[in-house]
Write a protein that binds this ligand. Structure first.
Ligand SMILES: Cc1cc2nc3c(=O)[nH]c(=O)nc-3n(C[C@H](O)[C@H](O)[C@H](O)COP(=O)(O)OP(=O)(O)OC[C@H]3O[C@@H](n4cnc5c(N)ncnc54)[C@H](O)[C@@H]3O)c2cc1C
Ligand SMILES: *[C@@H]1O[C@H](CO)[C@@H](O)[C@H](O)[C@H]1NC(C)=O
Ligand SMILES: *[C@@H]1O[C@H](CO)[C@@H](O)[C@H](O)[C@H]1NC(C)=O
Ligand SMILES: *[C@@H]1O[C@H](CO)[C@@H](O)[C@H](O)[C@H]1NC(C)=O
Length: 584
């Protein structure tokens, strides 16, 4: 077993040296035929629920075309949402209407993607909302500036990323959330007939509506332009310390205060925490490194497929040990290659790695390749990796207790956590308090964890009771908020009550979108986070509900609704071998 994994990973590494001569870029998220169009998610994450059919997709190239598309939708009473050329958000909030509804339209910003104007005198940049993050960063760096915050994945549009509250990691300055670097924004909203059915409003820094519009999930109107504040160009110096996890719950805050771009990756099954020592250094510091994050590098299609099929076999055989071997190999390999840091742009030769902000903060080399042998690991066309991404956001004061609880659960059987450790473990990042109504009103800690998702909703997952308990601990015991662009539905239950400013957000929505043009049943599911009144059989398997009866799990496959092991109020689907189960 062990040898086999090393072999796969060595192959994986060799592939970098061959280069990614023939990789395939992701497919565009909107596909049309003569009769209609379908909006897809980049992961294929919506595939097992009703597809998002839309009769009309429009591709404006200018702000005026954008305005006239909104006017058309308003005049014709259509539901309207924005799609991007990336479509990387996991919940289905960009879908304008239920299947079969002809009264909907989609505006794609895929071709509204060229305007990037640097305002050097004010250290700012104004960009069209469809512009890709990488495109903007490269322009900004060329002009001698740096954007301080960005998500780690660069395959996103600037409109999409601020709309969902995307972030990197920092407790310093304005902090790690990108929307806290937004100082102006233009929004196209529906208007009266006399105003031409749609108009553009320009929000400046002091306008309270900006606090609503910065993180607005596409619910207020179509963002046309965004103004970001910049800082003089700088470099970063990064060192990873792979060490033990014994004090992580006590020292996470100290770590975040000490390093401007600190983060922590925690691998519970390995009792390992990886501290990222990451500081700003001047532009004339030595080093021309890049951070080409391992998980976002092009993967051989064959290797992604073989990892997926091994995972499936381990799932079927209930082989936790196999997952632990994979996790150990993966963590070992990450240490060897410093997660993808490259000193000279090619390979890792030693710490610290110093490079320009624009090359160190965000990456996604799997996105740009053109061919057939490699792709992003999650490309839905190749039957490669398929996983859930849970992301919980805690006030800093509550995070230590969450870690303590997870440790109790881990200590019952550390092997149960190998299934998160073979992805990215728990990635811990930091955000500063924000004025955005749907942002974080206090200094916060964000934790992401990914885990295997079955091809079909009806198939239970190995150790799923553990992930469910961690999820419920985070969102219900410790009051975490869900990241708007990730998570399964249950994470959004009760979300309105968790945002003190959601009342102000809803007031802004009434003002800007009085007809609810920009809402759909899909986005309501996320924003209002209501529990389902009737729970279908198996609904807990994919996080559509929290189980309260066995039938919400999968009794025929041996999964029953049980209480949590540490958080007793949790209700999770746990495997019990048939002989035991029949006795209950
Ligand atoms: C591999 C990967 C890694 C990631 N890493 C991070 C990370 O490190 N940190 C983080 O915070 N997030 C991360 N994310 C999440 C990602 O940042 C968000 O999903 C982001 O919103 C995606 O942007 P997009 O351009 O694909 O937007 P989409 O998914 O297409 O759209 C997002 C939402 O915004 C709306 N919208 C888009 N453009 C506009 C507009 N112009 N006007 C009005 N509404 C609009 C859409 O209707 C939709 O509701 C990651 C995602 C992936 C796939
Ligand atoms: C193409 O049209 C058929 C109906 O003729 C429809 O069922 C199918 O989903 C459509 N595909 C796309 C991509 O719109
Ligand atoms: C689609 O929307 C555009 C406006 O953006 C409009 O001009 C066009 O007629 C619409 N097409 C259909 C088939 O409804
Ligand atoms: C890594 O962390 C450990 C434990 O916190 C510490 O003792 C050690 O000095 C650190 N190593 C480096 C290189 O900073």
């Amino acid at each position: 077993m062990e040898l086999q994994w090393w072999f796969i990973i060595v192959l994986h590494q060799l592939q970098w040296f061959w280069g990614s001569i023939s990789a395939m870029p992701p497919q565009p998220p909107v596909l049309c035929n003569q009769t209609s169009c379908i909006l897809y998610n980049s992961y294929g994450a919506w595939g097992d629920r009703k597809l998002c059919h839309v009769p009309n997709v429009t591709y404006p190239t200018t702000e005026e075309e954008l305005r006239s598309a909104v006017a058309y939708a308003n005049r014709n009473n259509l539901k309207l949402k924005v799609a991007t050329k990336f479509s990387h958000t996991i919940p289905k909030q960009a879908c304008p209407a239920a299947a079969g509804s002809g009264n909907a339209m989609l505006i794609s910003t895929a071709k509204y993607d060229s305007g990037i104007e640097i305002d050097a005198a004010n250290s700012a940049v104004v960009v069209d909302s469809g512009v890709g993050l990488r495109q903007m960063i490269d322009k900004v760096e060329e002009a001698g500036f740096s954007l301080v915050a960005a998500p780690y994945w660069e395959g996103v549009s600037v409109g999409g990323l601020i709309s969902t509250g995307a972030h990197g990691s920092s407790l310093w300055g304005k902090g790690g959330a990108v929307h806290d670097h937004v100082i102006g924004l233009s929004l196209v909203i529906p208007a009266k007939k006399s105003e031409g059915y749609a108009k553009i409003i320009r929000l400046e820094e002091k306008d309270p509506l900006l606090n609503a519009a910065k993180v607005s999930l596409g619910l207020l109107g179509v963002i046309s332009k965004i103004k970001f504040s910049l800082e003089p160009g700088f470099k970063r110096s990064i060192t990873y310390n792979f060490t033990d996890d014994s004090k992580v719950e006590d020292i996470f805050l100290e770590h975040a205060k000490k390093y401007e771009f600190a983060d922590i990756t925690w691998y519970p099954s390995k009792h390992t925490a990886v501290y990222r020592y990451d500081s700003r250094v001047p532009l004339d510091a030595n080093g021309d490194g890049i951070f080409d994050f391992l998980g976002f590098q092009p993967n051989s299609v064959l290797i992604s497929q073989s990892i997926r099929s091994s995972e499936k076999t381990m799932e079927k055989l209930r082989n936790s040990k196999g997952k632990c071997t994979l996790a150990a190999t993966t963590v070992g390999f990450k240490k060897l290659v410093a997660n993808g840091l490259k000193n000279n742009g090619l390979i890792f030769t030693g710490y610290p790695v110093v490079g320009r902000q624009g090359k160190m903060q965000t990456s996604g080399s799997c996105f740009y390749t053109g061919g057939i042998d490699t792709s992003c690991a999650w490309d839905p066309r190749i039957n490669g990796l398929f996983f859930y991404e849970s992301t919980a956001i805690f006030p800093v004061t509550k995070f230590g207790d969450f870690i303590r609880d997870v440790k109790l659960l881990r200590d019952i059987n550390p092997d149960n956590f190998c299934g998160v450790d073979n992805y990215n473990g728990f990635l811990i990042r930091f955000l500063k308090s924000s004025k955005a109504y749907l942002g974080q009103s206090e200094d916060s800690v964000v934790v992401d964890f990914n885990y295997y998702r079955a091809d079909e909703a009806s198939i239970p997952r190995l150790n799923q009771d553990v992930w469910e308990e961690v999820e419920q601990m985070a969102f219900f015991k410790h009051g975490a908020k869900p990241h708007w662009a990730k998570n399964r539905n249950l994470a959004f239950f009760g979300v309105q009550e968790k945002y003190a400013n959601s009342v102000k957000f809803i007031a802004a929505k009434k003002q800007l979108d009085p007809q609810n043009m920009f809402s759909s049943e899909w986005s309501d599911e996320i924003v209002f986070g209501k529990e389902l009144a009737t729970k279908a059989d198996g609904c807990a398997l994919e996080g559509q509900c929290i189980c309260s009866e066995d039938r919400h799990c999968s009794p025929t496959k041996g999964y029953f609704c049980k209480q949590g092991l540490v958080y007793k109020e949790a209700r999770v689907c746990r495997y019990s071998p048939p002989s035991v189960a029949s006795g209950i």
